[in-house]
Design a protein around this ligand. Structure first.
Ligand code: FUB
Length: 521
């Protein structure tokens, strides 16, 4: 990887400082070797989060349930629209959790005689070569209404799924549980279970081997209440090292505080005592994080949690997007709090979640994100105050400038199209500037020597009023400033070019922003 050749580490240095080339190298690619799509098991994908960016697919979706079928990961979500428009379900598949293929309308109410609306929370499972998809429909509020939990079946993961029964499998309230939000779980002994329930109550039922009829427990009962403390809906069951984990959502799904908690048990039927909340909103990243599922990468102890969340600037309850993050366990089996990381390496050749401002076009291709003349800004929907923000930057021309915008507000409003700060590189200068009312004012700068086509990692830390800019992996900042004018806002990528410039100005890669742990501000 080409490197920055020299840098004057601070304005006070008269001569440029020579840096070791290795200090400016891009971080090693986070992705494992390419996926062999002929394999029968998926690649052992080992990622810290959706490193190609969350949301990992485009569109409003919710309640994602992930399953592994042969060499592919499959995600089946709810279509997040008004109830009357929730009449079909799409699915997404991937071999590497990076590149996703959309499979449209794998299930449609046209193929379910009793379903009218509110097609919710698909739960997939394969048994004996047949693919089952459990779903809720009609959002019934009483036993007088037609609807509940149904099951559809297909010969292939991508469907089409057809109603297997011709009627709901569960069509009434039992133990106070609304028949919605099912999850299907097949235990090692061959016994399958459905966990389900809304309106604050959860039940578990046994499924017979045909997967399309309900069994009974030893005591002759069909519906066993397992409601844990704080339960709202969205139950999910998985097993690790012989322990059964029940996860569920708490709070209201349209609100910011929707969240995920869990219990552990020696038995698939509980009791399930609430241990802790593990996933919730982050004021800097997203709100309403909930209704999750979990996948274990086969043959490993790598686990991911898939969930939906609401971007910070969205207020419509149905504006829910799909995300995943890594899930880690403590030695005693308890689950560590899940961190919603913000990364984008553009390896999926898209920029979902980014919004461009200004006239310059932005293109995600060849694993990078390129801003074109006349320049502009592209932001993520975040609100970081204290932050540690970095990206690899490659200037396309000797006249281009490119950098990181942070604590950006008033987006699209002024000549600079935001208020906030930016750290910007040209081929001969590194500048830290404050933007207010569309006017950019330099706080500090230093000379650099950078050639078009060279890639350098630019990193900004901000802790309160202490701002610092680093080049490469240098411990000591190249620029520092103290400024308290802007306290929080979005992170963005910024380009500018001379009048009359044409074409690409700069390409960005490996974007990462988070809390400034250990940042020296
Ligand atoms: O997406 C429809 C409903 O919203 C789900 O069934 C609930 O869990 C909530 O996520």
């Amino acid at each position: 990887m080409p490197a920055l050749r020299a840098l004057a580490a601070a304005l006070s240095l008269a001569a440029p400082l020579l840096l070791p080339a290795t200090s400016l190298a891009n971080p090693a690619p986070a992705h494992p070797t390419p996926v062999d799509t002929t394999a029968v098991a998926p690649a052992a994908v080992d990622l810290t989060t959706a490193e190609a960016g969350n949301p990992f697919v485009d569109g409003w979706y919710a309640d994602p349930d992930i399953v592994v079928y042969d060499d592919r990961y499959w995600v089946f979500p709810t279509t997040s629209r008004g109830y009357d428009e929730q009449t079909f379900m799409d699915a997404f598949s991937s071999t590497d959790l990076v590149h996703w293929t959309r499979h449209e309308r794998v299930l449609d109410i046209a193929d379910i005689s009793w379903a009218r609306r509110a097609l919710w929370a698909p739960a997939p499972i394969e048994r004996d070569g047949r693919y089952y998809l459990y779903f809720g429909a009609n959002d019934i509020q009483s036993d007088d209404e037609l609807g509940g939990i149904g099951v559809a079946v297909a010969d292939r993961p991508e469907g089409p799924y057809r109603d297997a029964v011709g009627a709901p499998l569960i069509d009434a309230f039992h133990n106070g549980a609304q028949p919605i939000d099912q999850d299907v779980f097949l235990d090692d002994d061959g016994q399958a279970y459905l966990y389900y329930g809304g309106h604050g109550h959860a039940n578990v039922v046994r499924l017979n081997e045909d997967m399309t009829s309900l069994g009974q427990f030893e005591d002759g009962s069909t519906f066993r209440e397992i409601t844990p403390e704080n339960y709202t809906e969205g139950s999910f069951m998985f097993r690790r090292d012989g322990t059964y984990y029940l996860m569920w959502s708490e709070g209201g799904w349209t609100g910011p505080d929707y969240s995920v908690s869990y219990a552990m048990s020696d038995s698939p039927t509980g009791p399930f005592e609430r241990i802790d909340r593990v996933l919730e909103q982050d004021q800097a990243v997203a709100r309403g994080s909930g209704h999750n599922s979990v996948v274990n990468v086969p043959g490993t102890d790598i686990w991911y949690v898939f969930y939906h969340r609401r971007p910070l600037s969205e207020t419509d309850g149905n504006h829910r997007a799909l995300a995943y993050d890594r899930m880690y366990f403590n030695p005693d089996g308890t689950i560590q709090p899940i961190e919603m990381l913000v990364r984008d390496n553009f390896d999926d050749d898209n920029a979902i979640g980014w919004r461009a401002w200004g006239e310059g076009g932005w293109t995600a291709a060849d694993g990078g994100y390129t801003g074109a003349a006349p320049g502009g800004l592209s932001t993520q929907d975040t609100a970081f105050g204290d932050l540690d923000y970095a990206a690899d930057i490659t200037l396309a021309t000797a006249e281009a400038e490119a950098g990181l915008a942070f604590r950006a507000t008033q987006l699209g409003s002024g000549a600079e199209r935001f208020d906030g700060y930016h750290a910007t590189l040209t081929t001969d200068r590194l500048t830290l500037a404050r933007v207010t009312g569309g006017e950019s004012v330099e706080l500090t700068s230093a000379p650099v020597e950078l050639a078009p086509g060279e890639t350098v990692r630019l990193r900004v830390t901000a802790v309160g009023d202490r701002l610092a800019v680093h080049l490469g992996d240098q411990a000591e900042p190249s620029l520092t400033a103290t400024d308290a004018e802007h306290t929080t806002g979005a992170n963005g990528l910024r380009t500018a070019g001379p009048d009359g410039a044409d074409g690409a100005l700069a390409t960005f890669d490996n974007v990462a922003i988070g809390d400034p742990e250990g940042a020296d501000g």
